[in-house]
Design a protein around this ligand. Structure first.
Ligand code: ATP
Ligand code: MG
Length: 437
């Protein structure tokens, strides 16, 4: 792609409510555009990043045996009345009437709908376990939408649902998701902490919020630093190893607000190991037994002849929120660096362009074609603009590899830069002799 052709409405004018870095940057680099309070359009650059995140989430779901499907955004109110949540959900639910006067709603989540699908299709323990997921827009009429796409009203979520015969098996499904989440966030170069969360009236310890540390986050984090020592590579994908994995993580203190007890925290964790900060919730997993299957009458035949309500769990990842969360985690000193796995482009070519001399641009075009033929997604900055302005722009765009064709690249030399982890521009290498004619 040529930068001159890319739909990239860079802007300097920020609305007053753009208070956090990710929101400002996404607007400045033309990734999103607000269309109403808490509702955004995803422009090409932002959409590309979100789609890459979505694909990683999908691959890691498929790896653990979850099956992708797609449920609609609009649901009938009837099933929500059956579960009892039509009233309980309150004002966050966007309620709609169709032309026949039927009550509908824009789905804020899908427990009811998936349970309805399941109960009408699966009748026997022989078809269990099952894990289904979709990646779909949700709507929640948040009272205070803020921070751009981090807390908006319409957002993109991966939500999965597991169905098992009993609690033990349901725990195994839960553990698989736990594993999948940690691998997903690792591929996104995020260090997510699974924090024990409240399970409400069901009890037990089977709910975790996955949080990445960020000062601008809305969740309080109380954790033991040592939790970062756990290595994912030490666990295999089998039931025993997965159970051990969850137990090992749970052996370190990491809890959400509702579970936090000050004295316990201070007693258990040495001062220097205490993490007491803010974080962004990027995922949430939950075991809730027969909370929905019972009222919705989602029963299967048990091997011993009885009919039992299936045991369910649900598992969300905020796919669109992750775009902002990654920016919050990676942006420092006015320099952005996308993880390679989700960067909108893999490489950017930055020729210094001079009206009287097209040599640099020609060189860049040559490399551009070579990279394209290798299937590398490359952006060529063919805009006629001074080089320091270009560097500034690319510091914001955050493409992790830059090839600069300018004063330092006389003859056959090129300047190759990788944007460093500390956001210090690090000249990694000078590729010499790459483009001999
Ligand atoms: P929160 O406490 O942030 O409101 P939640 O507990 O309501 O989150 P879930 O229902 O568990 O969230 O949804 C799963 C995931 O969807 C969350 O972990 C989060 O990443 C994302 N998410 C939830 N609400 C929003 C929102 N308003 N805007 C963007 N993403 C959201
Ligand atoms: Mg919420």
């Amino acid at each position: 792609m040529f930068l001159s052709k890319l739909f990239l409405p860079l802007t300097k004018d920020l609305p007053a409510d753009a208070k956090i870095k990710s929101h400002q940057l996404m607007l400045r680099t033309g990734m999103i555009k607000q269309s109403a309070a808490g509702i955004y359009s995803w422009l090409p650059l932002g959409f590309k990043v979100m789609k890459k995140i979505e694909q990683i989430v999908r691959e890691e779901q498929n790896k653990i045996g979850a099956q992708e499907m797609l449920m609609p955004t609009i649901q009938s109110a009837d099933i929500w009345k059956e579960s009892g949540r039509y009233n309980d959900y309150g004002e966050e639910m966007l309620r709609i009437k169709d032309r026949q006067g039927r009550e509908m709603l824009y789905g804020p989540t899908n427990e009811e709908l998936i349970t309805e699908i399941f109960r009408s299709s699966i009748k026997s323990y022989k078809s269990l376990p099952q894990m289904l997921y979709h990646i779909q827009w949700k709507f929640r009429d948040e009272i205070r939408p803020r921070f751009g796409i981090m807390r908006c009203r319409e957002f993109y979520m991966k939500d999965a649902y597991s169905f098992d015969l009993d609690e033990d098996q349901a725990k195994q499904s839960y553990n698989k998701m736990f594993y999948s989440y940690l691998h997903t966030f690792k591929r996104l170069e995020l260090e997510a902490i699974p924090m024990a969360a409240d399970t409400g009236p069901i009890g037990g310890d089977l709910s975790h919020e996955f949080i990445i540390l960020a000062e601008t986050g809305e969740s309080n984090v109380y954790a033991d630093k040592n939790i970062f020592k756990i290595k994912l590579e030490d666990y295999k994908f089998d039931n025993n190893s997965l159970e051990k994995m969850r137990n090992d993580f749970s052996s370190y203190y990491a809890v959400t607000d509702e579970k936090f007890k000050k004295e316990e925290f201070e007693k258990k964790i040495k001062k220097e190991n205490q993490i007491l900060t803010k974080g962004i919730e990027v995922g949430h997993i939950f075991y809730f037994g027969d909370k929905y299957s019972k009222p919705l009458n989602c029963l299967v035949d048990h091997p011993d002849g009885k009919k039992v309500a299936v045991k369910m769990g649900s598992y969300g990842i905020g796919v669109s929120r992750l775009v902002g969360a990654i920016i919050e985690a990676k942006f420092t000193n006015e320099i952005m660096k996308w993880p390679k796995s989700v960067s909108p482009f893999e490489v950017v070519l930055i020729p210094s362009i001079n009206k009287n001399n097209t040599e640099n641009l020609e060189k860049a075009l040559k490399i551009y074609r070579q990279l394209k033929s290798e299937n590398i997604d490359v952006l060529l900055d063919d805009v006629d603009e001074n080089i320091s302005a270009k560097f500034k722009k690319h510091d914001l765009l955050g493409i992790p590899y830059q090839i600069i064709i300018g004063s330092k690249s006389e003859g056959d030399n090129l300047e190759f830069k990788e944007i460093g982890h500390n956001a210090i521009m690090q000249t990694l290498n000078k590729i010499i002799n790459t483009i001999k004619n």
